[in-house]
Design a protein around this ligand. Structure first.
Ligand SMILES: O=C(O)COP(=O)(O)O
Ligand SMILES: [Mg+2]
Length: 224
């Protein structure tokens, strides 16, 4: 396939961060004297739409379907503080990701496009040792930017001066595929992430290991 740049999702694609997200969520809920006893696999299923959606899902699971905005704000503040204090204390980059990004970054620019806010995303990437290989980190700093909206992918394409059709979005969830479709980008779905996509359709590449990206995008396929 031809791609001139890659956009990479963060949680569930580059890093197995669910244990840290679960710890930050538990910290936030406890600070507000709320029941924080969620299983890791439950929290894992809530990752992918950003921390505000995560917090709403946790509250919803406790029967709080219409939380007060100030409670949401406080929970977000506690969540962000906990994440910045220990971005990746329990999780790690998936095996093969660091070496793959290092090699790919010599061939083409790499953007991280995530529903995490940018400061949290940068902290996690730094802790994972992946930040040096990322040309730009684009997080969802406002609700409108959140995947499946195409905004961040279009920003990445513009940033790199490439057509959206020559930007490959690599992700683990429906928001990633939705954003790729909305932006007109090619898409690849990883097999190791937090999932939630039963049938990605024939146009989507399937990756069983990060290293497969190197074969999918050989050096001679790079233009310019
Ligand atoms: O839910 C999040 O915090 C972000 O998820 P993403 O990196 O998969 O976009
Ligand atoms: Mg993800």
């Amino acid at each position: 396939m031809r791609a001139d740049a890659i956009a990479l999702d963060l949680d569930g694609t580059l890093v197995d961060s669910a244990p840290d997200i679960a710890a930050a969520l538990a910290h936030a809920l406890r600070r507000e004297h709320l029941d924080a006893g969620f299983e890791l696999r439950t929290v894992r299923g809530w990752v992918g739409d950003g921390p505000d959606a995560l917090i709403r899902r946790a509250l919803g699971a406790r029967g709080v379907s219409d939380p007060h905005p100030t409670l949401l704000q406080r929970l977000r503040r506690h969540f962000d503080e906990a994440t910045l204090a220990a971005p990746l204390a329990h999780g790690h980059a998936y095996e093969g990701v660091e070496a793959t990004l290092r090699q790919l970054s010599r061939r083409m620019p790499l953007a991280v496009v995530t529903n995490k806010p940018t400061p949290l995303a940068r902290a996690v990437l730094d802790a994972a040792g992946l930040l040096p290989w990322c040309t730009v980190v684009l997080g969802a700093d406002s609700p409108e930017q959140r995947k499946p909206a195409p905004t961040l992918l279009l920003t990445a394409a513009q940033w790199f001066g490439v057509m959206p059709s020559r930007l490959l979005m690599v992700g683990d969830g429906p928001a990633d595929l939705g954003a790729a479709a909305a932006a007109g980008c090619a898409a690849a779905l990883v097999a190791w992430g937090y999932g939630g996509v039963a049938d990605p359709g024939p146009a989507v590449w399937r990756l069983r290991a990060p290293q497969q990206l190197l074969a999918l995008l050989p050096p001679q396929a790079v233009s310019g």
